[in-house]
Design a protein around this ligand. Sequence first.
Ligand code: DC
Length: 196
Amino acid sequence: MRFTVAIDGPAASGKGTISRALAAHFGLAHLDTGLLYRAVAMKAGDPVAAARGLSAADLARDDLRTLEAGEAASRVAALPEVRAALTDFQRDFARREGGAVLDGRDIGTVICPEAEVKLFVTASPETRAQRRWQEAGTGSYDEVLAQVRARDARDMGRADAPLRPAGDAVLLDTTELSISEAVAQAQALVAARLPR
Ligand code: DC
């Protein structure tokens, strides 16, 4: 079975949590594509060479989830050669036998426009900043909000594969939803489209 669930959305929208839950529930493979860009950004030297030579060890680093790595990833992700170097791996993953969930910024628009399910997960910038700030447990909320807005602007404003919903994506706004409510809505959508 080939079955792709493409989940896009801005930072801290809940797309990672939803993707993991969907993959576990339906027995699908999961790829957090943000991790690829984070690994490229944290590798020393030229980012294009880093993307072309990305290894499993690069993806296993324990500093990829930091705020700094996210910021740096957003910068290298604007380079078309970096994106091009990561495309085939993501496309192959998306169409692997057994089905897959991929989350990122351009999965439904560029990597897998033929995905059987496309979800665009969003939440207000204030809610996303609140989540990030609570996770971090330190620092100032206003600073986190400014970072969230700056990252949105960069990810949505770049020329190559900007963050935007595919025309046929289902929008899921998690601003007023609990995690379990958001996961339940996403699960219902996937269940309705899974081949029987
Ligand atoms: O989802 P994340 O926060 O781990 O992503 C980090 C950055 O990587 C994000 O700000 C933009 C970039 N990214 C991208 O351009 N395309 C993707 N498919 C995934 C991430």
